[in-house]
Design a protein around this ligand. Sequence first.
Ligand code: SER
Length: 601
Amino acid sequence: MTADELRSKYIEFFKARGHTQIQGKSLIPDNDPTVLFTTAGMHPLVPYLLGQEHPAGKRLVDYQKCIRTGDIDEVGDPSHLTFFEMLGNWSLGDYFKEGAIRMSFEFLTSPQWLGIPVERLGVTVFAGDEDAPRDEESAAVWRSLGIPESRISYLPKKDNWWGPAGATGPCGPDSEMFYDFGKEPCGPDCGPGCSCGKWLEIWNDVFMQYNKTSGGTYEALARTCVDTGMGIERTVTILNGQQSVYDTEIFAGIRGAVEKAAAYRYGGDEAKDRSVRIICDHVRSAVFILGDPKAVSPSNLGAGYVLRRLIRRAVRHGRKLGIEGPWLNSVAGAVVEGFKGPYPELAENQAFIMEELDKEGEKFSETLQKGEHEFEKLLPNLLKDPRKIMSGRLAFRLYDTYGFPIELTEELAAERGMTVNREEFDGAFKKHQELSRAGSEQVFKGGLQDHSEIATKYHTATHLLHGALRMVLGDHVAQKGSNITAERMRFDFSHPAPMTAEEIQRVQDIVNEQIRRDLPVSMEVMSLEEAKAGGAIALFGEKYESQVKVYTIGDPSAGVFSREVCGGPHVDRTGVLGSFKIQKEQSSSAGVRRIRAVLNS
Ligand code: SER
């Protein structure tokens, strides 16, 4: 069965059972600062899962493009993907556990639909804890359908609970369906949900019963809902008796384009195969991000940073395969070709996709070339070392000055029969971080009126507030001044009108959300040009040294919330800020508003 056939069957099955097909949404969520990308089919439906009426009714079905970058480093193994498609059906206050499970079972096992033998299925249900009871109801339905108790695993919240997508929102226990590849169990506890490779999760029925509040409690929802998600790539894999998503027809065209560009036949060498898989995944994700109606361009911030990482990582693996010249477009073309049926936006935005890939590929090639050139210059001296070890300090200089990745220095060194002193590199890297931190402490002493811990917290809070204001009011918001005491913060910013009560509430919520996420705060020293090019906010009219400190809030690999040029100091993690409350919003001068806010522990 192909992905196209699976999509059609799923929609047809649920339409025949009273569901209305709705359009999948953008990959870039609307007004949601808690995530960079749409991570599941339920994501765009959160307001309806929380009680709003959906114009299409109480039973919905769709397919949705999703991106999850949490385990980008795992991509390359048989099943991990950053981009995937999810089929989903929803009940908004209509059927609940029994109805959902019965339909899932019928679709999976009926010969008219997927025809998976019942003996190949296993399921998991929620084991229960202090927040919610063990899900005996779901287990009973599975048993009544012929799933023996030995193939039902009861697992805790970390496995069998979905949501909320952000820190608050609809959530509940789930029941996941697994395909058994038929391998020997890895041990006495090996059951559905075990990650040994015997079981592959293909579908998840979530029973939305609770709303997680900002206080961390679980309130029962007045109207219970069902949210299900089936992974297309995995399901096609098992339906065709394959082991890896990359072996399916879904990737055939893309893989073919990589093989052609690399003049390499997949299946010959495990390390090269891994590079092929990484390229297939990353280019597919990049094309979908760039082809989205709300596309972002590669940058050093947020979704743009993820996109940049995907493209650069693909280029690096292209080099590993020995691909010369620009090649991203040929693989991207195969992605557009393969998916423009279900996702016509890819063909509509093809020119933009290709242009951006070209530009980013070229930019990265320049970085690589510069680094290589510098490496060549160092070479005569390096070769004099009889031990053939390149010092970590030199490798660090290539990294620090030219942005040349350490892995590539190691590669180039290996080509000359040398190794890099990685320990020394890591040491230099760490020292650099410490020096930067020490620098920030000096500024701290001279810069702030109050050196106390609380003032430092307020200082980090101003960055969160600045970011939240720009998110809610727009990019015209610029900091005009700030004043911090041990009791409160004051923040002046450009905005032409008084804020509404809703805007104030939303800004406050966003700041508190970032505090709850306990985001890391990190600092780098760079030139002002580099800082601006990287999307850091610098204050207009401010005089800066040629080298500036840039503070980033958020983990760059998961998407940053704020990046500002600033002397510091700041806390290490936002979690220590306590809770943030806006006390007053008023005029400061023409076109400038003033917010007074406090932090409570
Ligand atoms: N939201 C659930 C998941 O992503 C079911 O759609 O697994």
